[in-house]
Design a protein around this ligand. Sequence first.
Ligand SMILES: Nc1ncnc2c1ncn2[C@@H]1O[C@H](COP(=O)(O)OP(=O)(O)OP(=O)(O)O)[C@@H](O)[C@H]1O
Ligand SMILES: N[C@@H](CCO)C(=O)O
Length: 331
Amino acid sequence: MAVYTHLGAEEMSALIARFDVGTLVSAKGIAEGVSNSNWLLETTGADGPEGSGGGARFILTMYEFRIELADLPYFLSLLDHLAAKGCPVPRTIHDREGKLFVSNYGPNGDKALALIEYLPGVSVSTPTAGQARAVGAELARLHLAAADFPASRANGMGVAEWQRLAAACGAEGLARINPELAGIVASELPRLAANWPADLPSGVIHADLFPDNVLMLGDTVTGLIDFYFACNDIIAYDLAVTHVAWCFDRHDAFQPDVSAALIEGYESVRALSAKERAALPLLGQGAAMRFAMSRAWDWLNTPADALVTPKDPMGPARRLGFYKSNPGIFA
Ligand SMILES: Nc1ncnc2c1ncn2[C@@H]1O[C@H](COP(=O)(O)OP(=O)(O)OP(=O)(O)O)[C@@H](O)[C@H]1O
Ligand SMILES: N[C@@H](CCO)C(=O)O
């Protein structure tokens, strides 16, 4: 569940009046997601010459944890940049003063809120090859469309952060999750850190394109959402992240047809260089390590009575082993 803050009807209406989106018709809290409070809003629609005048839907997000407010302009203006270039991402609705988000909100003045466009579609749980092909193509379009995005943000979930999280969990903590995990981290993390590529093309990446961050209708991508890990880093690493997230089943069994389709779809829009392709097995291992480490930390630090169930770090840890043993899958 992810509505951490209660907003009463009057308060919500006053908030919505700051935007040219008409008046509030309904507001429903959204259960999915763990980082922020999200509401699905329906309004009567904007009344200006640009407005539809008809019903309109939006997502209202209150930023609760994990997000540095200083990063919000990067995330939200990236949405506008990509949407303007035709990528299926939600536009940010600016307030009447033209601001990207509402800051200093709430009784303590410490909250920020943004309104973004609602996009149709559902997240798939068992991706097919056709869906993976479409996602690969949209990811490549995103990389091309972001090439002239002027802002830059370092990857806060890069190699140094995997090392920090591993140290914070400790060998004993990792072994408590699974003795195999402690062994994998001890042997693989130093190797990945020592061999992490420094000479691959970099640009804006989504960095977390799991199926729950993609909205689809059939084989069509209708929305790429949750850009709150977006940053500037190795472009092919983004494909590796997406590969880890899409190309294995729930038992961590590799899905060769889905993998081939994801890469084919990507390359139908942006060809990988020989160097990028050769790096994919290592980038896949790194991507798997990134999610193993963030999940391990969450596993050890989520209170037992929390409303969210932490995700299992062993899934990505096993996928790391698969990439190491099967570099030929990307050949
Ligand atoms: N633009 C949008 N259009 C339609 N639905 C959306 C949109 N943005 C978010 N949602 C819905 O809200 C849910 C939560 O959004 P999101 O993943 O951004 O939240 P979060 O708290 O940041 O999640 P996470 O736990 O993945 O960090 C999504 O699963 C989706 O159902
Ligand atoms: N998508 C991530 C959560 C956000 O880092 C995971 O599946 O672990």
